[in-house]
Design a protein around this ligand. Sequence first.
Ligand SMILES: *[C@@H]1O[C@H](CO)[C@@H](O)[C@H](O)[C@H]1NC(C)=O
Ligand SMILES: *[C@@H]1O[C@H](CO)[C@@H](O)[C@H](O)[C@H]1NC(C)=O
Ligand SMILES: *[C@@H]1O[C@H](CO)[C@@H](O)[C@H](O)[C@H]1NC(C)=O
Ligand SMILES: *[C@@H]1O[C@H](CO)[C@@H](O)[C@H](O)[C@H]1NC(C)=O
Ligand SMILES: *[C@@H]1O[C@H](CO)[C@@H](O)[C@H](O)[C@H]1NC(C)=O
Length: 448
Amino acid sequence: MEASILNLALLHLLLLLLPSLSSIIAAVSDSEAAMISRRQLQSFSDPRGAVLPSSLEFNIEVEVEIRNPALRRAYSAFQALKNAIYSDPKNFTGNWVGPFVCSYKGVFCATFPEDPSLHFVASVDLNGADIAGFLPTELALLANATVFHANSNRFCGVIPEIFARLESMFEFDVSNNRLVGGFPRAVLRMPKLKYLDLRYNDFEGSLPAELFEKALDALFVNGNRFDSSLPENFGNSTVSIAILANNRLTGCIPRSIGRMANLNELILMGNKLDSCLPVEAGRLRNATVFDVGFNSLSGVVPESFAGMKNLEELDVSHNLLTGAIPNGVCQLPSLANFNFSYNYFEEAPPECRTREASKSLFDNSLNCISRRPKQRTEKVCGPVVSCPVDCRKFKCGYAASPPPPPSLFSSPPPPAQSPPPPPPAEIVLPPAGGFSYASPPPPMYKGY
Ligand SMILES: *[C@@H]1O[C@H](CO)[C@@H](O)[C@H](O)[C@H]1NC(C)=O
Ligand SMILES: *[C@@H]1O[C@H](CO)[C@@H](O)[C@H](O)[C@H]1NC(C)=O
Ligand SMILES: *[C@@H]1O[C@H](CO)[C@@H](O)[C@H](O)[C@H]1NC(C)=O
Ligand SMILES: *[C@@H]1O[C@H](CO)[C@@H](O)[C@H](O)[C@H]1NC(C)=O
Ligand SMILES: *[C@@H]1O[C@H](CO)[C@@H](O)[C@H](O)[C@H]1NC(C)=O
């Protein structure tokens, strides 16, 4: 009897402690995430969050009087966001009280050019607030906001479709949260969007072709669960930086890639791409970083890659590539880091040897290159290198591969089975920090 009363008391204590516990642990458990997401769905008057609640303005006029309509809508938006917060361990929203939203922490206002006395919310910066909750449809009322940064919080659920109404949005960063669902199509309809950062969430499904028709400057979708192939119009993208690493993308690297004239940095590492390397990539004259490591790419490194004149970093490691490293690639003047380890290359030309010797970071380990240290055994190499890949078989529109050079291993025909690819190592990128993967310092645009 006494024991069960004690248990009951303990249970009560636990229940009381629960909210504060969750803020101490500063993580959302799967069941909490599910609960928060259910609350988000209940708040939608339709299943996808495509419409705003109708009684919106009426509700707030009862509470406070704000004459500026833009700020009145903003007030509704932030009240809704406050109600959608489940835990705010840093008390980030502590001063979100009263009608003047421009003084709220993380909210920045500007004035309309037509009327400098009228304020509107220009930017919202919740970066690193560690807030757990969901994104309510009412945030779509911030129609004039150009920046929304919510990096490193614990937002769950989906990005409501009505966010398409954020027609002034220039930078949209919800990276490092727990957002789910298919690719958030709302962002495709933000006409002015330049900087899109969805990395480190749980988005899944396919990358829509429309994404690559947008006039974006930067695209970060790494660290999600996208599992489509890259659409054929990939190369229509205007981005200068595209980080699609660590998803489950399959299939071709589209030939259209050669049209990405603005491209400076492309990171496709850690996917399941299983085509050849397109010759057209050689047209990327302004590319400084080209990383396709940890995929299942086969065939050769095309001679044309020597056309990427500004290349500083080239990573093709952990694939199934064969043949000879093109001399021209090793001669690229700015190439400081060339990693072709964990493949089945048979030859690296003299220029590569010189660079390898001069200890710049040319990593050739675990290939099939004769008279080099740290190579694969003949038994492992033989079956792969004596079985040249016809790139046409991938149906990516590639031309026939050039005939392979006479192989050192042109011994008996290989067994049909090629050796298993190297185990896909678990790659964890830092959430923020470093040049390529860091979020921009808000609310400025340049300098990510
Ligand atoms: C949260 O911040 C507000 C305003 O800054 C303050 O009044 C309040 O006491 C804080 N709450 C806690 C729990 O620290
Ligand atoms: C503010 O948003 C409204 C509604 O989308 C739009 O009509 C107006 O042009 C915007 N003004 C500015 C200065 O962005
Ligand atoms: C991609 O660009 C090409 C050439 O500009 C254009 O013909 C094609 O329609 C675009 N693709 C899509 C899907 O819009
Ligand atoms: C490539 O870089 C050069 C030099 O920085 C620049 O002048 C040129 O406009 C760039 N080309 C494209 C298509 O961005
Ligand atoms: C090259 O890549 C392999 C596998 O991705 C990695 O283990 C190695 O450290 C890299 N080498 C250099 C010099 O970065």
